[in-house]
Design a protein around this ligand. Structure first.
Ligand code: UP5
Ligand code: MG
Length: 188
């Protein structure tokens, strides 16, 4: 049996660059299912999972949860959705995440959306979000920035070398950013 693999777009960018906000817009116009790895991990913790304490501690420290945990959650959500096109938001966050996802699922992303935004702007957005996320405090935000630069940017460099990165200036208004996003998803 030849099974068709789902279409996956990785949505990457620093903490507060607008990944979740823009994914909601893309879902509305282009029929993708949005899977935020961070949202799935937070829900897993809330569900009382045996990994809950570990997940909570990693998020509080801005560290990256072991890929087998995150990949299982992503696979389950993909199956349950019934859809065949996905925005995977905030994953892969390091080289190990990236390689494990490709090995376990056999899926390579169609392309990678990269929301490029200066730290000062991301910090402003995170500090004024006020949604009770326990990683939205200045200490954790600094740790998240460090992990992004050291571990996550290399993933973007990897895909860029393969011609897969679509980089967007994310420092503009939500509407302006979405105008650029649309040109990438609209059929040419
Ligand atoms: N906002 C958005 N766009 C704006 C714009 N253009 N102009 C002005 N304001 C804008 O946006 C953040 C805030 O800014 C919102 O208030 C929004 O209204 C405003 P949002 O769209 O939420 O940005 P996003 O990039 O999604 O920010 P988020 O904080 O979710 O990014 P992170 O990558 O830090 O968070 P995530 O949830 O992906 O991960 C959290 C933690 O989970 C990680 O640090 C890690 O510990 C763990 N994790 C893993 O271990 N593995 C994973 O695979 C994923 C996560
Ligand atoms: Mg998010």
């Amino acid at each position: 049996i030849i099974e068709k693999k789902p279409a996956v777009v990785f949505v990457l960018g620093g903490p507060g660059s607008g990944k979740g906000t823009q994914c909601a817009n893309i879902v509305q116009q282009f029929g993708y299912t949005h899977l935020s790895a961070g949202d799935l991990l937070r829900a897993e913790k809330e569900s009382g999972s045996e990994n809950g304490t570990m997940i909570d501690n990693m998020i509080k420290e801005g560290q990256i949860v072991p890929s087998e945990v995150t990949i299982k959650l992503l696979q389950r959500a993909m199956q349950e959705s019934g859809n065949d096109k996905f925005l995977i938001d905030g994953f892969p966050r390091n080289e190990e995440n990236r390689a494990a996802f490709e090995n376990v699922t056999g899926i390579e992303p169609a392309f990678v959306l990269f929301f490029d935004c200066p730290e000062e702007e991301m910090e402003r957005r995170l500090l004024s979000r006020n949604q009770g996320r326990k990683d939205d405090n200045i200490d954790t935000i600094k740790k998240r920035f460090k992990v992004f630069l050291e571990s996550s940017l290399p993933v973007i460099t990897y895909y860029d070398a393969r011609g897969k990165v679509r980089k967007i200036d994310a420092a503009r208004s939500i509407e302006q950013v979405f105008e650029s996003v649309k040109t990438i998803f609209e059929p040419k």
